[in-house]
Design a protein around this ligand. Structure first.
Ligand code: PEP
Length: 249
């Protein structure tokens, strides 16, 4: 019932020339994908990515979006500016933003609302740190992050939002959560959404990805889990062949 969605997160990688090459290598490899395919790219690559993906089944996302419509926010980019470029998705609250750039549950909520208001589809990231996991706090952390991120967001917007469960200790480390662990934590997030909205909303409308060292070797097993609706892919999204293998899980 929930259409899978695989999204790449290029992070701070790829020049405009790299963007052209990667997308044109990717297009034929993912053209028959049975899922939504998204690439989230640096701001400087967005216009090129939109142009190069035109007419294909690849959608383009940004890696962040500001909460204000406009104003004195040097270095920031608004949702309206992204929509104007033809961007459809925006990652919000990635753990690297939380860790290095002071992102909080409150700013994640503000960015999510601004994205939705402008017609962008946010990919909202939640996930526990290694020390939180070791202290048995995974559930507490993901419930809090999810609850705060969705504050004041009406249920008719749920179809426009994707949640990415990304255990921070699994990002870029080569360590993947076991498929059972990922499934169990995503179930906790779905139950949280059921409590915040309604069980049917959580079951039918909310797509939840797994992210954290997902690659061609583990994608099939992760995607076979009943709660996992897709993946947010960092490292493996930088090579067309690897990303296409995940997309064609
Ligand atoms: C990410 O950046 O969201 C991510 C999951 O990275 P990686 O796949 O490299 O762990």
């Amino acid at each position: 019932m929930r259409r899978p969605i695989i999204a790449g997160n290029w992070k701070m990688n790829n020049t405009i020339a790299d963007t052209k090459t990667l997308i044109n290598d990717l297009k034929p490899l993912v053209k028959d994908a049975q899922c939504d395919v998204v690439i989230c790219v640096p701001y400087t690559d967005l216009a090129t990515a939109v142009a190069e993906t035109k007419g294909s089944n690849i959608k383009v996302g940004s890696e962040n979006v500001h909460w204000a419509e406009k104003g004195a926010f040097t270095g920031e980019i608004s949702a309206k500016m992204l929509v104007e470029l033809g961007v459809e998705y925006a990652i919000v609250g990635h753990s690297e933003r939380r860790q290095y750039f002071g992102e909080t549950d409150q700013t994640v909520n503000a960015r999510t609302k601004a994205a939705l208001a402008a017609g962008l589809k946010p990919i909202v990231c939640v996930g526990e740190l290694l020390e939180e996991r070791e202290a048995g706090k995974t559930e507490e952390v993901v419930v809090r992050q999810t609850t705060e991120a969705f504050k004041d967001i009406p249920d008719d917007e749920l179809v426009n939002i994707v949640i990415a469960y990304e255990p921070v200790w699994a990002i870029g480390t080569g360590k993947t959560a076991t498929s059972q662990d990922a499934n169990d934590t995503i179930k906790i997030i779905r139950d949280t959404m059921a409590n915040l909205y309604c069980p049917k909303c959580a079951e039918n409308k909310v797509r939840i990805q797994y992210g954290g060292s997902m690659n061609p070797k583990n994608a099939t097993e992760l995607m076979a889990m009943p709660q996992i609706d897709g993946g947010l892919i960092g490292g493996a999204s930088l090579k067309a062949e690897d990303f296409s293998k995940v997309v064609n899980f």
